[in-house]
Write a protein that binds this ligand. Structure first.
Ligand SMILES: CC(C)(COP(=O)(O)OP(=O)(O)OC[C@H]1O[C@@H](n2cnc3c(N)ncnc32)[C@H](O)[C@@H]1OP(=O)(O)O)[C@@H](O)C(=O)NCCC(=O)NCCS
Length: 297
């Protein structure tokens, strides 16, 4: 039975650097391994397109959440944390509402975030706030970075961008992925200008069929090497049937082998032809699935 005690008043405000100690303290045991908040706190407080909100009760910080305005129309929410001693009294709900209000004022039309399939607390809270699950993703990983022979995959050229974009418009995977790609644990809408950037930066691998038509796409990033572990790479988006994906991953593995990359994080939409191809090439599947939620604001 729920407590009948009067709920304490919750205030939500912009985080200050003086909140640091209290926040780090209640985040100490968020997960069995701890939390990443101390690693990103200083950076987040300096961000121009981001903001950390803090909830206080009697002046003491009891919860946080972070947002970043990725594109003028979309906001990404992350790091909802409530002090374990103050849970189930509306702290995270109050902070999330504040984040949505703030983002709306800044012009955002869509809010998104990710949570793990086994996080019932977060999912129940999100659904109460009107968020809907829109896509599932899997973070697979391999340290078996080998030289492989691929047949029909190569780095996409700038003059192929239009053909790739047209391919995406009728792709089942793009639809299933809700048109999103990942960098680290952050999902963005994959628009034409993003595709163009990946191609220009030589971070897009394309697969073609016998007729020379595009039938597969793989986008990559080395942000994991900067932010997580050196000598790593991640896939941001994978699209194609089993054979196309297998061939593109072989191409990627060989490129990584030449570059001395030791680990590849295979982020993908949870789509069978793609996940099966990754497993075939020794990518370890995750224990839980990432679910991206979305809400119009
Ligand atoms: C998820 C989390 C942020 C929720 O914080 P909170 O301040 O307790 O959430 P709220 O009090 O606003 O909860 C709102 C509603 O969500 C649901 N909810 C929250 N925690 C729940 C739980 N443990 N089990 C089931 N439902 C839960 C309830 O429906 C709740 O309303 P109710 O208490 O009136 O029934 C908190 O549990 C937490 O810090 N967890 C660890 C970090 C984490 O998982 N972050 C989310 C990453 S996406």
């Amino acid at each position: 039975m729920k407590s009948q005690k009067a709920k304490p008043k919750i205030y939500v405000r912009k985080a200050r650097s003086s909140d640091r100690e209290a926040v780090f303290k209640f985040c100490e045991k968020t997960w069995s391994w701890g939390d990443y908040i101390p690693k990103v706190w200083d950076k987040w407080l300096r961000e121009k397109n981001g903001r950390v909100f803090v909830a206080t009760i009697n002046g003491v910080p009891v919860g946080i959440s972070h947002l970043s305005m990725d594109k003028p129309h979309e906001v990404w929410l992350s790091a909802a944390r409530t002090d374990p001693n103050y849970r189930r009294i509306g702290v995270a709900t109050a902070i999330t509402k504040k984040c949505l209000e703030y983002a709306k004022r800044k012009g955002a039309k869509i809010a998104r975030l990710v949570t793990e399939s086994d996080n019932t607390a977060a999912q129940t809270m999100l659904q109460k706030l009107g968020f809907k699950p829109i896509a599932e993703f899997a973070e697979t990983v391999t340290e078996n970075v080998t030289e492989e022979k691929s047949k029909n995959s190569k780095w996409a050229r700038e003059n192929e961008t239009e053909a790739i974009w047209n391919y995406l418009q009728t792709s089942e995977t793009y639809l299933k992925a809700a048109g999103l790609y990942t960098v680290l644990f952050h999902w963005f809408s994959l628009e034409k200008q993003d595709l163009k950037r990946f191609v220009e930066q030589r971070k897009a691998i394309v697969h073609k069929n016998k007729k020379g038509e595009v039938n597969g796409l793989l986008l990559i990033e080395d942000a994991t090497a900067r932010e997580w572990h050196k000598n790593t790479m991640q896939t941001c988006y994978i699209d194609g049937d089993y054979d196309a994906v297998l061939d593109m991953i072989k191409f990627l593995k060989s490129q990584c082998y030449d570059l001395g990359v030791k680990r590849i994080y295979g982020f993908t939409c949870n789509h069978k032809p793609v996940t099966t191809a990754l497993e075939k090439l020794d990518f370890k599947p995750p224990d839980s699935i990432e679910i991206v939620y979305e809400r119009k604001i």
